[in-house]
Design a protein around this ligand. Structure first.
Ligand SMILES: C[S@@+](CC[C@H](N)C(=O)[O-])C[C@H]1O[C@@H](n2cnc3c(N)ncnc32)[C@H](O)[C@@H]1O
Length: 278
């Protein structure tokens, strides 16, 4: 892929433009509907997916030349994987393979049917929990778009277990940590109002996720994939595996002690590694 083409994939406006003219893909994904509300909802999803795709291409550009293997956790209708595959394979003839995992059988069946319709034999789908999925080949990128609550933590733990080069997640609702925040804690004045409690729990949950990823040897950054007017759930946590192999959960332990909360990732890592991940 030439430098110029690579640049195109870094811009979500360019990706949106490419997707608006991809009629066969739109038809297969069900984005062409007669109902206006339906179309508006799907157009919003298209913006999220374009923003997320551009972000993935920007941060993981080193993988584009050699080809990439991607695990889409809590894939749902797998819009992000279908779009990434369309752009990489159809538009630029690059090598790519996708695994999608979701607990919903109807959604997995739907994804399989769409892949067959589009002739995407490099995409496969599995029904079950992310934590249970064992990909048949090493995975480069583990991603999750709006995987509800602990499903985002499962994607992170799975990515760490698989030693993925990138773990890129856009979290959704976060109930686990919020439920643990106690009123008698030192910083209770931060959380005594319902709305602030929600926002604070979101921030704390993602800060904890970042510290766990760091502790597991990843370099972590946070960005926004789209403006908050498209979706308030627009934060993306990007983790790149570092060569230094420096590990240690001090950052996580500090947060956990300070706020008296535990991340579900702690238990998931113990389950996946069969011991303490320290
Ligand atoms: C809000 S949807 C997001 C779907 C898709 N990623 C998207 O952006 O459109 C969340 C999906 O997570 C799936 N899910 C929930 N818990 C899961 C788990 N532990 N493992 C795999 N999938 C899960 C649900 O079936 C649902 O399809």
């Amino acid at each position: 892929m030439s430098f110029a083409l690579g640049k195109i994939l870094h811009e979500d406006s360019e990706i949106r433009r490419l997707l608006y003219s991809a009629k066969e893909l739109q038809q297969a994904l069900g984005w062409i509907g007669s109902d206006v509300q339906f179309y508006q909802r799907e157009a919003k999803k298209l913006q999220e997916v374009a923003g997320f795709s551009a972000h993935i291409f920007r941060v993981a550009s080193d993988l584009l030349k050699e080809g990439l293997i991607c695990l889409d956790c809590s894939c749902g209708k797998s819009y992000i994987s279908f779009v990434l595959n369309y752009l990489l394979r159809e538009m630029y003839g690059l090598k790519a393979a996708f695994y999608g995992v979701d607990t919903s059988l109807p959604l997995i069946e739907r994804c399989k049917a769409i892949a067959a319709l589009l002739g995407y034999e490099n995409m496969s789908f599995w029904r079950g929990r992310t934590r249970q999925f064992e990909p048949p080949v090493p995975v480069d990128i583990v991603l999750a778009l709006h995987a509800c609550d602990i499903a985002t933590d499962e994607a992170i733990a799975k990515g760490i277990q698989l030693g993925a080069r990138y773990i890129i997640v856009v979290p959704c609702c976060q109930n686990q940590v919020r439920g643990q925040i106690k009123d008698e804690q030192t910083l209770r004045r931060l959380t005594e109002f319902g709305l602030l409690r929600y926002r604070f729990a979101d921030i704390l949950t993602d800060a904890i996720r970042a510290q766990v990823l760091r502790g597991a040897g990843y370099y972590v950054e946070m960005h926004e994939i789209v403006p908050p007017t498209v979706t308030p759930k627009n934060l993306v946590i990007t983790a790149r595996k570092t060569r230094s192999g420096k590990k240690g959960m001090e950052g996580y332990k500090e947060l956990s002690r300070l706020f008296g909360v535990h991340s579900p990732i702690e238990g998931l890592l113990q389950e996946l590694f069969g011991g303490d991940k320290d």
